[in-house]
Design a binder for this molecule. Structure first.
Ligand code: IPM
Ligand code: MG
Length: 370
């Protein structure tokens, strides 16, 4: 299979983590006889510095001409505390979601037994946690009318949804539930918001056509609590843009590290793959970031290309690495591997060169008390 992939590394640790995923994809291409052609373009603060815009037209054009977009992260602290900044790195990712109409953000949350101790939750609560969050990504308060009064003393952000926007992602969520444990939870705030009442109405109507799926409805404040006290009750969570942003960060705590989680953003004609973590500027250039979220995003991209065997081999390699304590500093601050080594180990496993990886681990093993 030949695929053209737009590579948007972005800011902070973006270039480092995507480099590992690209390495893994190249290893798979060699093993399975595929050709993946990567073409880079600027986005985020990196693009602002060079072109004055977080999302240059060249970048959108490249994405539109590619089979998929592989994305790192955007964000730079120099813009975070400046409410008057006219251009912001985040405009890059928001703009690309809108231009490519990537309306569904899919965020799987799984836990690894060997990482249970990293979560603030008790190991028992984490057993059997396997959730997928479907977050609406191109509507709601993120893209509604924004206004700040001339005197700067008041501001508003409008939240609006229409039936079509809800139906297209709900359809995908029902399909996911049918492939999984046949359970769908709509998370909303229907006791307060008109938009949430519309979501509930549309999903209730659609549920009649998916009788094999059990649908329940949960207010977002309760869902935030339930995710912590009883996370294994969830299978597929469907929610709007802003609620999805918040509860997906919350859910990432279940997996032990934000660095572990991948995501896919899907539209009718385009798709983008990115880890859920941000640009983590404090770690940039240090070769310490966890590339697993990016590598697992590559697996989601392969599934999108219908290369399921190849995707499964990435997941198997990641599971093997974690089980055998091949981990980065966020997971084990004493015995850890660098970002690059972590990528190498996964590639070694995929190409059947495991014993080489094992030796590296032994060399690195340090006593915890010196
Ligand atoms: C995410 C991020 C983005 C969002 C930011 C970077 C604009 O938090 O992908 O979850 O809010 O959607
Ligand atoms: Mg977020």
């Amino acid at each position: 299979m030949i695929k053209k992939i737009a590579l948007l590394e972005g800011d902070g640790i973006g270039p480092e983590v995507t480099a590992q995923a690209v390495k893994v994809l190249k290893t798979l291409a060699d093993k399975f006889g595929h050709e993946f052609h990567f073409e880079k373009a600027l986005i985020g603060a990196a693009a602002i510095d060079v072109m004055g815009s977080a999302l240059p037209k060249e970048t959108i054009d490249l994405c539109m001409q590619s089979d998929a977009v592989f994305f790192g992260a955007v964000g730079d602290p120099k813009y975070d505390n400046d409410p008057n900044a006219k251009v912001r790195p985040e405009q890059g990712i928001l703009g690309i979601r809108k231009s490519l109409q990537l309306f569904a953000n899919i965020r799987p949350v799984i836990t690894y037994e060997t990482l249970h101790h990293l979560s603030p939750l008790k190991s028992k609560q984490l057993e059997g946690v396997d959730i997928v969050i479907l977050r609406e990504l191109t509507g709601g308060i993120y893209f509604g009318k924004k206004q700040t009064s001339a005197d700067g003393h008041s501001a508003s952000d409008e939240c609006s949804y229409n039936r079509m926007e809800i139906e297209r992602i709900a359809k995908l969520a029902f399909a996911h539930a049918q492939q999984r444990k046949n359970k769908l939870t709509l998370v909303d705030k229907a006791n307060v918001l008109d938009t949430s009442r519309l979501w509930r109405k549309v999903v209730q109507e659609m549920a009649v056509n998916f009788t094999d799926v059990t649908v329940d409805y949960m207010f977002v404040d309760n869902a935030a609590m339930q995710l912590i006290i009883n996370p294994s009750q969830f299978d597929v969570i469907l929610t709007e843009n802003m609620f999805g942003d918040i509860i997906s960060d919350e859910a990432s705590v279940l997996s032990g590290s934000l660095g572990m989680l991948p995501s896919a953003s899907i539209g009718d004609t385009a798709a983008l793959f990115e880890p859920i973590h941000g640009s983590y500027p404090q770690a940039a250039g240090k070769d310490i970031a966890n590339p697993t979220g990016s590598i697992l995003s590559a697996a989601m991209m392969l599934d999108y290309f219908e290369l399921h065997k190849e995707a499964a081999s990435i997941r198997e390699a990641v599971e093997w690495a974690i089980k055998n304590n091949y981990v980065t500093k966020d997971i084990d601050s004493v015995n850890f591997y660098s970002t690059t080594q972590m990528g190498d180990i996964i590639c070694d496993y995929i190409s059947g060169n495991i014993s080489n990886a094992r030796t590296t681990r032994d060399e690195l093993q340090k006593p915890t008390i010196i």
